[in-house]
Design a protein around this ligand. Sequence first.
Ligand code: SF4
Ligand code: SF4
Ligand code: SF4
Ligand code: FES
Length: 326
Amino acid sequence: MPTNTLTINGEQVAVLQGESLLDACAKMGISLLTACHDNRLEAYGGCRTCLVDLDGAPRPVPACKTLTSAGMVVSTSGEQLETVRATIDEMLECIPAAALETWTDANRFIGYDPQQCIMCDRCVRYCDEIMQCNALEHVGQGVDAFIQPTQGDSFLDTSCELCGGCIGTCPTDALYSKQSLKVFNEQSDAVLSSTRTVCNYCGVGCVIDIESQGNNVIDIDAQTGVGPNDGHLCSKGRFAWQFINHPQRLTKPLVRNTESGELEETSWQNALSIAATKMLDIKQRHGADSLAFLASSRCTNEDVYALQKLARAIIGTNNVHSCAAT
Ligand code: SF4
Ligand code: SF4
Ligand code: SF4
Ligand code: FES
């Protein structure tokens, strides 16, 4: 693949054609501040936090939006740059007038705090470019600008799929998960921890980070550049976690009392023993094929393997299936 060789801060670097100055800096271990940039989106160049000096250019250029070409001479620091960056910082800290009116929305999952919004449009672009939902829009200009669900409708009345990707890409938490904030506010001072694992709602295998406090899940997020999902999640993976700590969740086996007809808690040993006895009894009376085994799509591969072993090797039937296969 053709490369370009350029000079950054006095050192030469070779990058692939089509790569940006931001990519070139990253290759050299130079980490530039960015706000509107997300590797998964088209370069935008809107916030100007990543400005660098380019020989021959009349003013600093945004590194994320400037493609490299052979012979470029670039500098990532300097007095003039620091002055410009300080001005950009001030502008980003300027709260839009619209921030005085926080919109509320009937949906249970996505909230917006305009006071945190820097109008980088990452959420709008994510929704358009990745989700192709066009469920968010940038309204107004300058200090009157704000983000809203398209045409000011509720998210529930737009084409929003509640993937939460707009929350994931938002650099300032202006867009946030309502249920995470609620649970977080109810929690104690227990230390926050993060556990990387794999979503088991379906076979895509998205890599997720479970944020928790003690035994309580606070949030589920995903990182760009990690796993097959590259930071993307669907609504189930991102938002459907409240069952984990739900008070009505079954955590102990229940067995029906034959006299009262009521379900009663019992030990796993007793529940498994009753199930095994009844299955063997049915097999004896009606044959192995009178039994069938259905695995949940929430099971791991290992669970499903063990279940088919039970069906085929112990009971002697091929009536075994997983709902994940359909
Ligand atoms: S949740 Fe997904 S579909 Fe809905 S507005 Fe955000 S990015 Fe768009
Ligand atoms: S809500 Fe977040 S992602 Fe969207 S424009 Fe504001 S700061 Fe950027
Ligand atoms: S986040 Fe959605 S697509 Fe990804 S593994 Fe979970 S259920 Fe499947
Ligand atoms: S990150 Fe480059 S202009 Fe916003």
